[in-house]
Design a protein around this ligand. Structure first.
Ligand SMILES: [Zn+2]
Length: 235
């Protein structure tokens, strides 16, 4: 089972764009409305509109290149819809770990293993831009701090809604857990099915890929690791 190193935590770098965060606030909308036209052109909203139009044009080109008629009724709105869907599938870039953790890290003297298993995960393979999906199991051994349980699923979302490879996704979730609560150890296992394998190439419908990242005590102590693996395999 591959283990990744604690030392890599610092260099992992959580990609996020703080720019997009403010767009949702009401105050910002009002401020944009108050500005003159010139300033508005430099603002984020119009940029985002342009960028959706660019994406829709790109999808339109793809649709015609596969041999379809872009003017066929069923496809008329497809480029815009596809652009919106792609933005949704990749909205993890807009999330930041601090925001997710907001008021959900608690001081607690609990030092037994915490496991959340079967967290649903949907991501896009960065090599083919097709989905890979499956389940994430996260275990950690708290060190005076625990994280609200629902936040584990939010961390999974933050990293899975990006262009990904399963190995990196596994490691990013584990390092985010370290950043969040500095536990004695973290274990992350992902079992996923890749549409790029299922729908093309080898076409193995039931093939699943399992990746694991063990940090701290889960890496160093075979007993802890085994306990975790036994618990996640119990159905
Ligand atoms: Zn792929």
């Amino acid at each position: 089972m591959p283990a990744c190193k604690m030392a890599e935590v610092e260099s992992s770098g959580f990609i996020s764009s703080s720019d997009n965060q403010s767009e949702k606030s009401d105050t910002d909308e009002k401020q944009i409305a108050l500005l003159d036209d010139k300033t508005v052109l430099k603002g984020k909203k119009p940029e985002k509109v342009d960028h959706m139009a660019d994406m829709a044009r790109a999808y339109s080109s793809i649709i015609s290149h596969v041999g379809e008629d872009v003017n066929r009724q069923g496809l008329l709105k497809t480029p815009e819809r596809a652009a919106k869907a792609m933005m949704y599938f990749t909205n993890g870039y807009e999330l930041q770990l601090d925001q997710i953790l907001n008021e959900a890290v608690f001081d607690e003297d609990h030092d037994e293993m915490v496991i959340v298993k079967d967290i649903e995960m949907f991501s896009l393979c960065e090599h083919h831009l097709v989905p890979f999906l499956g389940k994430v199991h996260i275990g950690y051994l708290p060190n005076k701090k625990v994280l609200g349980l629902s936040k584990l699923a939010r961390i999974v979302e933050m990293f899975s809604r990006r262009l990904q490879v399963q190995e990196r996704l596994t490691k990013q979730i584990a390092t985010a857990m370290v950043q969040a609560v500095q536990p004695t150890g973290v274990a992350v296992v992902i079992e996923a099915s890749h549409m790029c394998m299922v729908m093309r190439g080898v076409q193995k419908i039931n093939a699943t890929t399992t990746t694991a990242c063990m940090l701290g005590v889960f890496r160093d102590d075979p007993k802890t690791r085994e306990e975790f693996l036994n618990l996640i395999n119990k159905r």
